[in-house]
Design a protein around this ligand. Structure first.
Ligand code: SF4
Ligand code: SF4
Length: 99
C-alpha cells in the first residue's frame, strides 16, 4: 500500500480530498494512511505536492522451497509428456507425407 513520510508532509490536505476510501487522517497536522482502509489506488501519491507519499515496501510472498521443488518436478514431467505427444504427431505426419 502507501505510506506518508511525515518529515515531508505539509499538512495541505490534498491527499485526503482525493482519497476514495477515506483512509487518510491527520495526526499532529500530518497526514497518516490507515492501512486497513487504503485500497492502494495511488491517487494520494499522485496529487501530493511534496512527494510525501510513496508505496510502502511489501516483501514478496515467500513460498516454501519444498513446494517450489514439487511444482518444478510436476511441470517438468508435464513438459516431457507434451514433448512426447508432439514427437508422435510429427512422426505420424511425416509418415502420412511420405505416402
Ligand atoms: S498531499 Fe502530501 S503534503 Fe499534503 S497533506 Fe497529503 S501527504 Fe501531506
Ligand atoms: S492509495 Fe488511494 S485509498 Fe490509499 S490512501 Fe491513497 S488515495 Fe486513499
Amino acid at each position: 500500500m502507501f505510506r506518508v513520510d511525515p518529515s515531508r508532509c505539509r499538512g495541505c490536505g490534498a491527499c485526503a480530498s482525493v482519497c476514495p476510501a477515506g483512509a487518510i487522517e491527520f495526526v499532529g497536522g500530518k497526514a497518516r494512511i490507515n492501512p486497513s482502509l487504503c485500497v492502494g489506488c495511488g491517487a494520494c501519491a499522485r496529487i501530493c505536492p511534496a512527494g510525501a507519499i510513496r508505496p510502502a515496501f511489501q516483501p514478496p510472498p515467500t513460498q516454501p522451497v519444498e513446494e517450489i521443488k514439487t511444482r518444478l518436478i510436476s511441470l517438468s514431467a508435464r513438459i516431457r509428456e507434451l514433448r512426447g505427444r508432439v514427437e508422435r504427431v510429427a512422426e505420424r505426419l511425416k509418415k502420412e507425407g511420405a505416402r
